[in-house]
Write a protein that binds this ligand. Structure first.
Ligand code: F6R
Length: 338
């Protein structure tokens, strides 16, 4: 992740300025709901940002996979803001969904990585994620950059309520602590500057060793919830797409309603259990998986290995801790490396 994503958009005054949205902020704040529309990784990025968008905006947030919205001819109203998330800005389903939302009179916002793309041109307003070109087929840095931009979108539409001021400031501080390349003039000059993404990239060799252990497997499950449900879906998507191995992202809250039947001593399962409001629930999931002799790989916050090992032995991946809503930016990296 590059610092230029934040360049000029977030300041020491702890506000977020998204120039491409400023003339439409009032309309967005008055929307009846905000609908995020995308495919694949771009959809997952929006899903990762949804809890924060709901928390800070107070506006109902819905999620639509572009092809499903079109298949159903789902409802889009003129009082809606429809946000189109796409790395390329050219994905056919997302583009058709954009035409559909325009026909239905919604305010259309684009979040893309490609200046001049069809989605950037045809939306009313938008933000570029400035992630640089995605060279490989798999979208990786675009995913983390999309989450960051959507967190900034949430901050920009949340206004200046005193109630959420401390929360907004903590998120902005954490945004500055994420990038690998702290070359921005606007970066705080304090000496404790830490690059959380670089911290997690240091797990590179550990993840490669883990990948070697998994190479002969047929399948991998990834359990997540809350902010990291999207991490589970996206991690599984990357394993499918790049390692050509079956993998499924599972909402941990649904474990008892089907997926538990698959658990045995052979099937590898990644459980994402970093510190946030869902941590205790994830500890309980880990115990239930241990009770079924599950073969677990647990991702937890640095220093939490002992708290997630209760109930049985497992491989543990410790990652740097970030603000809960930005933790998905960190947590996806080891899964991308796998
Ligand atoms: C996954 C991947 C795809 C894309 C999807 C949408 O690594 O690359 O799932 O995310 O095809 O593409 P964009 O974001 O260009 O609309």
């Amino acid at each position: 992740m590059r610092g230029r994503l934040l360049h000029g958009r977030s300041t020491k005054a702890k506000t977020v300025i998204l120039g491409g949205l400023k003339d439409h902020l009032k309309t967005i704040r008055r929307s009846r709901r905000i609908v995020f529309i995308g495919c694949g990784t771009s959809y997952n990025a929006a899903l990762a940002a949804r809890p924060l968008l709901e928390e800070l905006s107070g506006i109902p947030i819905s999620m639509e996979i572009a092809s499903d919205l079109l298949d159903r001819q789902g409802l889009i109203y003129r009082e809606d803001t429809a946000v189109f998330v796409s790395q390329s800005g050219e994905t056919a389903d997302t583009l058709h969904a954009l035409e559909y939302a325009l026909e239905n009179g919604a305010l259309c916002v684009g979040i893309t990585n490609t200046v001049g793309s069809a989605i950037a041109r045809n939306t009313h307003c938008g933000v570029h994620i400035n992630a640089g070109a995605e060279i490989g087929v798999a979208s990786t840095k675009a995913y983390t950059s999309q989450i960051v931009v959507m967190a900034m979108f949430a901050l920009a539409i949340s206004g200046d309520s005193i109630l959420s001021q401390a929360r907004r400031e903590a998120i902005i501080d954490c945004l500055f602590e994420l990038p690998c390349k702290p070359h921005l003039p606007t970066f705080p000059a304090h000496s404790s500057f830490c690059c959380k993404v670089r911290g997690v990239l240091e797990l590179d060799q550990e993840m490669k060793d883990l990948a070697n252990l998994l190479i002969a497997e047929q399948s991998l499950l990834v359990f997540g919830r809350g902010y990291n449900y999207a991490t589970a879906l996206e991690g599984a998507l990357k394993v499918k797409e790049v390692a050509l191995m079956h993998s499924e992202g599972i909402l941990a809250g649904e474990m008892k309603h089907g997926p538990l039947a698959l658990v045995d001593e052979n099937l590898p399962i990644v459980v994402i259990a970093t510190r946030d409001a869902c941590f205790r629930k994830q500890q309980s999931v880990i115990q239930q998986l241990h009770a079924r002799n599950g073969r677990l790989i647990v991702m937890c916050s640095k220093g939490d290995a002992a708290s997630v090992r209760t109930g049985g032995s497992c491989k543990v991946i410790e990652v740097p801790q970030a603000e809960d809503c930005l933790q998905p930016v960190i947590n996806i990296v080891p899964l991308q490396v796998i």
